[in-house]
Design a protein. Structure first.
Length: 225
């Protein structure tokens, strides 16, 4: 991004190939520092989209970025769904799972969110930095057990899990936050339907929740002649 000289906008590019890296960690640290310095007179405007989990890495000490990245890769390689990946990520993060919103208190927080997750669960999109988490450490442990990773965790991850809250965060702790979905699969389908009907087509949305491995649904080619 090209900025004018002396611009107040700071750009930190990171998470190449959608993987957390030192630049993304530097960006997350800058965002954390900004949020911690806010007061009741401030408004924090947050823009969230898919890929936010990799762009905002802030592992809970003593977890290292490399350790969290390795664990995420192992989960993904064993077929973990995005909901499962982000449940583990936010359990091990300072900023995910509502952490950014908690740090910003007492400032007002407004998040404009582009959803890439079916059903638009606020605490799963980008691992929910401004949303109350609906998951507990038990959910994280269940996922790790499901993919046979409980006995191969770094000691730092074990230490964090042992002191993590046993209950999901309370929604009332986020009364200073307004989360708004501004783009999603559901909204896109509704607009496509509206446009098609405006052109005179009869339309029907079959589903906004189709998911799975596209490789399993390759249509058979039928000869036409």
């Amino acid at each position: 991004m090209l900025l004018k000289p002396h611009s107040r906008i700071q750009v930190i590019e990171g998470a190449k190939n959608n993987l957390p890296d030192p630049e993304a960690l530097r960006g997350a640290s800058a965002i954390r520092e900004l949020a911690e310095g806010l007061t009741a007179d401030d408004l924090l405007l947050v823009l969230i989209s898919g890929g936010g989990s990799a762009l905002l890495p802030a592992p809970i000490p003593p977890i290292l970025l490399e350790e969290k990245e390795k664990l995420t890769k192992m989960l993904a390689s064993r077929g973990a769904a995005i909901q499962e990946l982000n449940t583990v990520r936010k359990t091990l993060s300072l900023l995910k799972g509502g952490g950014l919103a908690r740090l910003a208190y007492p400032a007002q927080v407004v998040s404009l969110i582009l959803s890439d997750v079916i059903g638009d669960p606020l605490d799963i999109i980008a691992s929910g930095p401004t949303a109350a988490s609906s998951h507990s450490v038990q959910d994280c442990l269940h996922i790790l057990a499901k993919y046979n990773l409980l006995h191969s965790l770094p000691s730092s991850v074990e230490a964090v899990l042992s002191i993590s809250p046993t209950k999901p965060t309370a929604a009332e702790d986020y009364s200073h936050v307004c989360n708004v979905i501004i783009g999603s699969n559901t909204l896109a389908l509704a607009e496509a339907k509206r446009q098609a009907e405006g052109l005179g087509y009869a339309t029907l949305i079959l589903s906004a929740a189709v998911c799975g491995d596209v490789g399993r649904y390759q249509p058979e080619l039928v000869p036409t002649a």
